[in-house]
Design a protein around this ligand. Structure first.
Ligand SMILES: Cc1ncc(COP(=O)(O)O)c(C=O)c1O
Length: 383
């Protein structure tokens, strides 16, 4: 494994941290260890098996992500939801209580409903100021997402970290939208970071993955639970994810720049009623985002003025693809009420503030002038 020192800067860690140096060839890339049957007994007396989360390709990802997120350790999963579900199952039991941010990725909200079938009690808070009142003696987890999907709200991570440490409650943040390039929640005191690795970490819309990064103790407890839940990532997918991660810093810097330009264009367009992007001074959390993030990310959302047709807009794009998912090199749009949050009841969507006409954009790394041209002609068609 690469002994890249942790003091290196993020772009360097993306390229070098965790690389498995192949003694047979001296190759620059980690080899793919495809075996699911590994010799036992062996000199280390270790049972190596992909579902035990201990293969060389899994370790490469874990070391790279632990270095990038400034955590002691990491564990890689077959999807973001596998990472989130396993971390929460590992740290909650019947009778415990957890407080979740009200505005979260729809799949996480559905999982919270599932958790309640196992006797875990839950409540919701909208802002960092609302969390303390939500805590009970039996509260074990505080769970936030920043920026949130799809409303791009920013949670005060320093306040959440302080609350969790004062009250002895595990704090978890979904860092999928920000990526470790734009913010490092563990560095401000959060206990655990989760990611959908399917998004920016892989970055090419061709791998499903997830990761938990935290202290060694939290990661070991999560890994013990993961062995029983089984949501592992195989060697080929780890290898693709490793390749994607090498360009994470390059890509995220371009996503940041492109999203800032597109947000400014949309905010000045007469057909657009509202733009949600934390980099815009008009965003309600702009000051907090400026303090907390190194870049504002590649995600934004907007709404059309009344009478403008969302369907006409989606039909008219030439480059931008109406699609699920996000965080890849290509620009994607979706309507969360019909996609990521469609399994929520309209009451739940209303509670979360997700209006039916909201359009979410994952701004890719294409030439920004081509993207703006595409949006300009689609907005004309929608009017
Ligand atoms: C913020 C966020 N967290 C978690 C997930 C779940 O990730 P996956 O689809 O890899 O399970 C998603 C998926 O869209 C997401 O947007």
């Amino acid at each position: 494994m690469s002994s890249a020192p942790r003091s290196l800067r993020p772009a360097t860690l993306c390229v070098h941290a965790g690389t498995y140096h192949d003694p047979a060839t001296g190759g620059a890339c980690s080899p793919v260890f495809a075996s699911t049957a590994c010799a036992f007994p062996n000199p280390a007396n270790e049972n190596v098996y992909p579902r035990y989360f201990n293969t060389p390709n899994q370790r490469v990802i874990e070391q790279k992500l632990a270095a990038l997120e400034q955590g002691e350790a990491a564990v890689v999963f077959g999807s973001g939801m596998a990472a989130i579900a396993t971390l929460l199952f590992a740290h909650l039991k019947a009778g415990d209580h957890a407080v979740f941010q009200a505005d979260l990725y729809g799949g996480t909200v559905q999982f919270v409903q599932e958790l309640q079938r196992f006797g875990v009690r839950v409540s919701f808070a909208r802002t960092a100021e609302e969390f303390p009142a939500g805590l009970r003696p039996e509260t074990r987890v505080i769970y936030v997402e920043s920026p949130s999907n799809p409303l791009l709200r920013i949670m005060d991570l320093t306040a959440i970290a302080r609350l969790g440490r004062e009250r002895g409650v595990l704090t978890v943040v979904d860092n999928t939208f920000a990526t470790p390039i734009n913010q490092n929640p563990l560095a401000v005191g959060l206990h655990a970071v989760v990611h959908s690795g399917t998004k920016y970490l892989n970055g090419h819309s061709d791998v499903n993955a997830g990761v938990v990064v935290a202290s060694s103790a939290i990661v070991e407890r999560t890994r013990e639970c993961a062995v029983n839940h089984g949501g592992m990532l195989d060697a080929q997918a780890c290898s693709l994810l490793e390749r994607g991660l090498k360009t994470l810093a390059l890509r995220v810097n371009q996503h940041n720049q492109n999203a800032a330009r597109l947000a400014a264009f949309l905010a000045g367009h007469p057909a657009v009623a509202d733009v949600l992007y934390p980099g815009l001074p008009a965003h309600p959390d702009h000051a907090l985002a400026s303090r907390q993030m190194r870049g504002f990310g590649g995600m934004l959302a907007f709404e059309l003025r009344e009478g403008r047709s969302v369907d006409a807009l989606l039909r008219t794009f030439r480059l931008v693809m109406p699609a699920l998912s996000l965080g890849g090199v290509e620009s994607l749009v979706c309507v969360p009420s019909r996609t990521s949050h469609r399994n929520l009841s309209s009451e739940e969507r209303q509670r979360a503030g997700i209006r039916d006409g909201l359009i979410r954009v994952s701004v890719g790394v294409e030439d920004i002038d081509d993207l703006i041209d595409d949006f300009a002609s689609a907005l004309d068609a929608a009017s």
